[in-house]
Design a protein around this ligand. Structure first.
Ligand SMILES: NC(=O)C1=CN([C@@H]2O[C@H](COP(=O)(O)OP(=O)(O)OC[C@H]3O[C@@H](n4cnc5c(N)ncnc54)[C@H](OP(=O)(O)O)[C@@H]3O)[C@@H](O)[C@H]2O)C=CC1
Ligand SMILES: N[C@@H](CC=O)C(=O)O
Length: 814
């Protein structure tokens, strides 16, 4: 014999019931079947509402009873041919009249009891099971209706009665003896106590009814037919890539259902588990789907984690105090105080110091718990041996479930590492010695992020999703977006990275799309972005709380550089080609570095020196491996190198500078390049990376630019350079007369840095440096005579964007 249970949505309409008839008809051709049905979807709530309206003296309950009646009569009319309808129509009408009578009674009394409520809601399953039995019979499927109230015997705890299995099993055996049809239909959820008074088995209790029946008749299997295709690896409303678990053990299923996986009512497993009856979760609306089988063994598929679940609305209660250490009985008194007020403890942790004990309870019980515990420990609290109970709310539990976790080291390491890297603060941890469940208590606002992270870590070997927020979509930012668009598929296939640009901002507006902005049409989409500034953009980023988030600064804005701390504090990685942060006062540079360590996230700015050249990375590799820097000599301005490589007096100096700007080598404000400030910033950043506390004021700048060029606007700057052409020409001629080239050189030696224009003679390391190239020469303990040389294009949108891209990838691998 098989037992099948159909839930409220599976029997919610006449059409759905016809589908149930098809499914069951096929089954009974093979073996006899008991089906357990819920009330038509929504009926239980509707009945409860009638009761509370009536209890509140509101006559609207009559109208609601009317709707319930009409719905069921309509179902009879749709499912049963006209000539056979009358007896079922009058049976339904009679039961609905009883509902109304009951509500009339409640209305007169002005109150409901748990017992009356059980009676009231029982009509949902009673009517549905009778209508469905008649529907089978109308389709010529012989079916017997069994009254669950006569079969399932419970105590008198209305609303959540406890089953007397011995008596129940006996009743089933008796009933089976006289069974003459291949099909039995039973109402779920309802039962009765020893005096025959109607009781219920708790919300969701129809699953339980089916399990009780399956155990009583020793069914070959129990099938729970619902509106999803099985138990999922995580809640699909939160995790897009959640998938059906093909097979799961009883223990794992109990853990997952306890932790909020709504597919199965938690107590359902118990009756069938001892008899090793397999339980299938199947989808009434997609009967061809394989579903999930819940069975005795935990199957091995190489993944020790079977699913991820969560419980929301948790409060953490901490009892702390020096007076607790080594004194037996504190835990007992705590739990007794909670139990005396019917407060269910969901999670317990206690540090081995015994200085505190911490329990998780439903947040709705937190205030009651505080009063109870503070009262229980009043003597110790008054003596300051114990602190008043500390209550923290807005918390949730996320849990990994899997029987094989116990034999796999490193699962919790991976779990907490992944949460930590993403700024999810773990408030408490619990892992039973069965190691079937690892639970972490976190802020409720982090749950979606945490579940997605854990799902990615344990189930999505296919890819890791990276959420990018890019500020600055000009010369370099625009090119970065092109490169990202071009590489997206490659990264997915070869690095299993799904790089999604989720946010874009310029100085006036920003655009956010959590599904990922289309990188081929971002410009048009930006026009429809919201008006905002860096504060609103970064607030929005933080509020969204997405996992694996990288903020990319491709502006030259101080305001944007000031936003990094609040992002790093949320463990959001920062990648910047904007040099302002690292060349601000040393204290700010240090603060950012410290925050990146403290919050375990990346702060990367390789492109601050040498654009796409690996300058900072190389320097750090040398230092980390124990080398010591003696000196740095470098040409660090792509713009100035380009200008002096292309200026020979045949066209105005200003025109060559303009060309450098047009080709994208200069800063947004080219005066920073021509004045040498950009180079000062770069050599200072390199010196700081070696550990030197250098400030801009202590760098000497032998500038070649007449001071008058720095007055006024950028247009004024170009005009003034035209006027100063003779000055530039004379510098060039002097160098040429010596057979030298002009190079704007930065040096760092013995803690001192300087920048300035120099005549470089043939044979010098810096002489053969063409186009917009940069060169950096490191002399170190290991490179004392011949320096380590890094050379190549040091400016331009393409190379800079690729350097930023590389930093983004580094940040994602953190
Ligand atoms: N060019 C190169 O070779 C290299 C450049 N860099 C650095 O790259 C950075 C970008 O340079 P580049 O692309 O040429 O600059 P652009 O002027 O072309 O683009 C700057 C972008 O930043 C945006 N922006 C400016 N202020 C803000 C703000 N407060 N909030 C949000 N967005 C803002 C601008 O928006 P809007 O249009 O609205 O003003 C624009 O989209 C600079 O810091 C530069 O030092 C680093 C290494 C090499
Ligand atoms: N404007 C800069 C670009 C890179 O930082 C330069 O010219 O070097």
């Amino acid at each position: 014999m098989q037992v099948l249970k159909f839930g409220g949505t599976s029997v919610g309409t006449a059409e759905a019931i016809l589908r149930v008839i098809d499914i069951v008809s096929e089954k009974i051709s093979k073996e006899p079947v008991i089906i357990v049905v819920s009330a038509f979807g929504g009926t239980t709530d509707a009945l409860l509402q009638c009761g509370s309206l009536a209890a509140g003296g509101n006559e609207l309950y009559k109208e609601h009873v009317g709707h319930i009646t009409t719905r069921h009569l309509d179902a009879v009319r749709q499912l049963i041919p006209v000539q056979q309808q009358s007896s079922m129509l009058s049976a339904v009408k009679k039961l609905c009249n009883e509902v109304e009578d009951l509500c009339n009674g409640i209305f007169l009394l002005g109150e409901t009891t748990a017992r009356t409520k059980d009676k009231l809601v029982s009509y949902g399953e009673l009517i549905s099971s009778l209508v469905i039995t008649a529907a089978f019979q109308a389709k010529s499927v012989p079916a017997t209706w069994w009254d669950s109230r006569k079969l399932i015997r419970t105590n008198g705890e209305f609303g959540n009665a406890t089953v007397d299995f011995a008596l129940t099993n006996e009743q089933f055996s008796l009933e089976l003896q006289s069974l003459s049809t291949p099909l039995v239909v039973m109402p779920g959820f309802i039962a009765s106590d020893t005096e025959g008074i109607t009781t219920t088995l708790g919300r969701g209790g129809s699953d339980y009814t089916a399990a009780i029946a399956a155990a009583a008749v020793k069914a070959s299997s129990l099938e729970i037919w619902t509106d999803v295709s099985g138990m999922m690896t995580a809640d699909p409303r939160w995790v897009l890539n959640a998938r059906v678990i093909p097979a799961i053990s009883y223990q794992e299923a109990m853990e997952l259902s306890h932790f909020g996986a709504k597919v199965i009512y938690p107590p359902t497993i118990q009756p069938v588990m001892n008899l090793h009856i397999p339980v299938w979760i199947k989808n009434t609306f997609a009967p061809g789907d394989a579903g999930t089988v819940i069975q005795n063994e935990s199957y091995r598929n190489g993944n020790p984690v079977r699913g991820i679940s969560s419980i929301s609305n948790l409060a953490l209660l901490s009892l702390e105090g020096s007076g607790m250490v080594g004194v037996p009985g504190f835990s007992r008194r705590l739990f007794e105080a909670l139990a005396a007020h019917q407060i269910n403890v969901i999670l317990i942790t206690q540090g081995s110091s015994e200085h505190s004990i911490c329990v998780g309870v439903d947040a709705t019980a937190a205030d009651k718990a505080k009063m109870a515990v503070d009262a229980a420990f009043a003597p110790e609290i008054s003596l300051r041996k114990v602190e008043p109970l500390i209550v923290e709310k807005d918390l949730s539990i996320v849990a990994l479930v899997g029987e094989q976790m116990k034999s796999h080291p490193g699962i919790s390491g991976k779990m907490f590492g992944s949460l930590g890297r993403n700024g999810v603060n773990v408030r408490a941890i619990a892992q039973g010695s069965s190691e079937r469940n690892i639970s972490a208590v976190i802020a409720t606002r982090d749950v979606r992020k945490a579940i997605n992270l854990l799902h990615e870590e344990f189930f999505e070997k296919t890819y890791k999703q990276i959420n990018l927020f890019i500020t600055g979509v000009g010369n370099v930012g625009g090119r970065l977006l092109q490169q990202l668009a071009q590489q997206q598929q490659f990264l997915l296939q070869h690095m299993r990275l799904q790089l999604r640009v989720v946010g874009l901002a310029n100085s006036k507006r920003y655009l956010i799309n959590e599904e990922g902005i289309d990188l081929l049409s971002w410009k048009a989409a930006m026009d429809h972005g919201v008006e905002g500034n860096i504060t609103s953009f970064t607030d929005d980023i933080i509020q969204r709380n997405l996992r694996n988030t990288v903020f990319v600064d491709v502006t030259a804005s101080e305001e944007v550089a000031r936003a990094y701390p609040k992002l790093l504090e949320k463990s959001i990685a920062v990648v910047a080609c904007n040099k302002i942060a690292c060349s601000s006062p040393y204290s700010y540079y240090r603060e950012l570095k410290n925050k990146s360590h403290e919050f375990n996230t990346s702060f990367l700015f390789e492109t601050n020196v040498g654009a796409g050249l690996p300058v900072i990375g190389t320097l750090n590799d040398l230092l980390k491996s124990g080398d010591r820097i003696h000196s740095i000599e470098a040409v660090l301005s792509g713009t100035l190198n380009f200008v002096f490589n292309n200026y020979d007096g045949s066209r105005p100096f200003a025109e060559v500078v303009r060309q450098a700007q047009d080709e994208g080598y200069t800063e947004p404000d080219p005066r920073l390049d021509l004045s040498g400030v950009d180079v000062m910033r770069k050599i200072m950043i390199l010196a700081r990376e070696t550990g030197e506390h250098l400030e801009m004021e202590s760098i000497s700048n032998n500038s070649f630019l007449p001071a008058s060029c720095m007055n006024g606007s950028v247009d004024d700057f170009y005009n003034e350079m035209l006027k100063q052409e003779a000055h530039f020409r004379s510098i060039f001629d002097a160098a040429a007369a010596n057979g030298c080239k002009l190079k704007f050189v930065a040096t760092y030696n013995e803690g001192k840095a300087s920048v300035g224009l120099q005549q470089i003679a043939p044979g010098h390391d810096l002489y053969h440096l063409y186009g917009k190239d940069n060169i950096v020469l490191f002399k170190t303990d290991r490179y004392p005579l011949q320096p380590l040389v890094i050379k190549g294009a040091g400016a331009g949108a393409d190379v800079t964007a690729s350097g930023v891209f590389a930093d983004i990838l580094r940040a994602t691998l953190n």
